[in-house]
Design a binder for this molecule. Structure first.
Ligand SMILES: Nc1nc2c(c(=O)[nH]1)N[C@@H](CN(C=O)c1ccc(C(=O)N[C@@H](CCC(=O)O)C(=O)O)cc1)CN2
Length: 287
């Protein structure tokens, strides 16, 4: 491997320690700790683990953690009523509804119901609008974490060619906006993109967020590029166990890249650290 490994786990731990200091100062100044409430609907095992990790990280940062675990058949109207209640609660600074939601619930309607000032996932149309306009707002956690890792590795990325693979509202689209705001030249690729390999081969920065194991081949990577792997794919092993792999063929890409994130231990831990940072920022803005 010639690439420098980007240690997202260590960077996330440093950010979490920074947030904890900020939380202590906020609490001393305002006589209350910032509060984050997470809502999970259904029983997806991975989502349940993420929600548990968010609660633990929230408490470890010194914030107040609220959690609602609702059954999979929860009516959309009941979820919207809970959000209205959390919007009105002065002790709640951040509200996060874990994705994906069960099929019978319209996630756009749910996201739009969250007070934009408490939308620590940065998914509300007001926050996406602010992001696209290059103005201050709450930014989605995973792209925010990727951006930190990219700029700390590469420094100024103005003029760099960037390819983002995947156009989800959670990662791909906000990632493209953040890179654009940092003056990179951005291509947003997706399942209908023709000759993806040719796009990737031109890229100084590759962000893979498609959810297809090892989709990005090592020999597509431009020598020296920064490769950020957002994919978290659990694959079954012949011995009946399983392991996590990313969207990038790590070993092959690492022999050409300048920097690369591992899976696990790369982007994933940054998501929760950035969520804590957003919650503290939301608490300050509300105070
Ligand atoms: N409302 C939201 N839903 C979802 C988001 C989100 O940002 N907001 N992101 C993902 C899941 N996610 C957080 O919710 C998340 C994913 C992965 C990790 C993480 O730390 N992964 C570890 C590996 C963990 C494991 O062993 O399974 C890693 O990559 O090292 C944290 C958070 C979808 N839903």
């Amino acid at each position: 491997m010639s690439a420098q490994l980007i240690d997202g786990k260590a960077r996330a731990a440093a950010l979490r320690a920074e947030v904890a200091q900020g939380v202590a100062a906020f609490t001393a100044a305002h006589g209350r700790a910032p509060g984050l409430t997470v809502v999970l609907v259904g029983d997806d095992p991975a989502s349940a683990v993420y929600v548990g990790s968010k609660g633990k990280a929230t408490r470890e940062a010194g914030m107040v953690s609220g959690e609602y675990r609702l059954p999979a058949d929860t009516a959309e109207a009941d979820l919207l009523a809970l959000i209205a209640q959390l919007n009105a609660d002065p002790a709640v600074d951040g509200i996060l509804v874990q994705m994906p939601l069960p099929r019978h619930i319209d996630s756009d309607r749910v996201i739009a119901a969250i007070d934009p000032a408490k939308d620590v996932d940065g998914l509300h149309p007001v926050n996406t609008g602010l992001l696209v306009s290059g103005r201050k707002g709450l930014v989605p956690c995973t792209p925010s974490g990727c951006m930190l890792l990219i700029t700390e590795a590469m420094g100024n990325i103005a003029g760099a060619e960037a390819v983002v693979i995947g156009r989800s509202i959670l990662v791909g689209k906000p990632m493209a906006a953040l890179l654009t705001n940092a003056s990179a030249t951005v291509t947003l690729a997706h399942s209908r993109t023709r000759d993806l390999a040719a796009h990737v081969a031109r890229a100084d920065i590759v962000v893979a967020a498609v959810g297809i194991p090892n989709m990005v081949q090592g020999d597509w990577i431009k020598p020296g590029a920064c490769v950020i792997d957002v994919g978290i794919n659990r694959i079954a092993l012949p011995d009946g166990k399983s392991r996590l792999i990313g969207d990038v063929d790590f070993a092959a890409a690492a022999s050409r890249a300048g920097w690369i994130t591992p899976v696990p231990g790369g982007v994933g831990p940054m998501t929760i650290a950035c969520l804590l940072a957003n919650t503290l920022a939301a608490a300050h803005a509300r105070a």
